[in-house]
Write a protein that binds this ligand. Structure first.
Ligand code: MG
Length: 367
């Protein structure tokens, strides 16, 4: 197979709820980039690139530009199966993780379709229901409880992520009240987006652990080095890594530092290819992985779900992939099924994702 064309199409889908994280993160819509890689056999692989200027420095326009001007010309006439050569070509350009990640995901969609198997099977796993978590919107404690119970009643959700960091006392209160309302079996974890100091993290997470917090995502700044190890040693739950492990090399560094207990993976930034390397590195260290979200819409949700199922032995926790329900709409022709707390993937080759062309025409931003 040869690549004949690569498209990068910016689109915008409004969210039902505003999403906030860290000191500067806020968004009220999914403004992402649809990437389509066409093969000379008539097949098309698709993926979604996620611009996060406050995390990776990429914007919607920069992603579309780098693909149009550099990556597409570099990959024309290449064989999608020759991933080593393809990544050598992509890595001539530094950074741009989600632009590269989306191209790699689209290539895996293409390969799965060409082989007549799902991407999960292509990677060594199988299609089965994937338990997911749901991220609660920040607000007063009562409204968060209400949202949690609604998600439980409507979709069978029993795993919840709470954004934390700005107000430690309120963060503890949120965990306590959620545990009371949801019972012992609920899976509850926080993401502080690096906002606690080391001392505050130790005190705050120690209190949260009394209410069976499962893990704490990036509690302190990722640049703290050995202080992060001190926090990890002092708290009774594992540190879940996210911003500290954006690449394979960073995962190795954090494992060597001894600061993390769970390797956070986000397929949008490491594609399938580098994600699998990270998973194998974690496995070699006996460390579990967790599949994060990156605010993916339907297409990105499918891609991350295929990776989590393709290496399911490495992922003991619910994947953070229940958040696509916050979108007002989606580009997928058939919506992803979410019931009994799990997403159910279409039994089709590749990602099993097909774009609704009418919706794409409505939401695309390039006219
Ligand atoms: Mg995070």
């Amino acid at each position: 197979m040869k690549i004949t064309k690569i498209e990068a199409i910016p689109f915008r889908i409004p969210l039902r709820k505003v999403s906030r994280w860290g000191a500067h993160g806020v968004r009220d819509s999914a403004e992402h980039v649809l990437v389509r890689v066409h093969g000379d056999n008539g097949l098309t692989g698709i993926a979604e690139a996620i611009p996060r200027p406050v995390i990776y420095g990429e914007t919607q326009r920069s992603i579309a530009h780098i693909i149009d001007a550099y990556f597409a010309p570099a990959l024309l006439e290449q064989d999608p199966f020759h991933r080593q050569a393809i990544h050598e070509r992509l890595n001539v350009i530094q950074w741009n993780p989600t632009a590269k990640g989306a191209i790699d995901i689209a290539l895996h969609d293409l390969m799965g379709q060409a082989c007549g198997v799902s991407v999960a099977e292509f990677l060594g796993g199988e299609l089965s229901p994937l338990p997911v978590s749901y991220m609660l919107s920040l607000g007063d404690v009562d409204s968060m409880l209400k949202e949690a119970l609604e998600a439980r009643d409507r979709w069978g959700i029993t795993a919840y992520k709470i954004k934390a960091g700005a107000n430690p006392a309120l963060d503890i209160e949120r965990v306590r009240r959620l545990r009371e309302a949801l019972g012992a079996s609920a899976f509850i974890f926080i993401d502080a987006n690096q906002q606690y100091s080391a001392d505050v993290a130790i005190r705050t997470i120690g209190r949260m652990a009394e209410f069976d917090l499962v893990m704490a995502e990036e509690p302190v700044p990722i640049g703290l080095g050995r202080l992060r190890k001190k926090v990890a040693d002092a708290i009774p739950v594992p540190i879940l890594s996210d911003d500290s492990v954006c690449t394979l090399v960073e995962v190795r560094r954090e494992i060597e530092l001894g600061a993390i207990g769970v390797v956070g993976l986000k397929t949008p930034r490491t594609g399938v290819w580098e994600s699998m390397k990270i998973i194998h590195l974690a496995e070699a260290h006996g460390m579990p992985c967790w599949m994060g979200s990156q605010g993916v819409s339907g297409i990105g949700t499918l891609a991350s779900a295929h990776v989590a199922l393709g290496a399911s032995r490495a992922f003991p926790y619910p994947a953070d992939l229940g958040n696509f329900v916050k979108q007002e709409d989606d580009l997928l022709r058939s919506p992803i099924e979410l019931r009994e707390g799990a997403i159910h993937l279409p039994q089709r080759p590749g990602l099993g994702a097909s774009v609704d062309e009418e919706k794409l025409a409505r939401y695309r931003l390039d006219g």
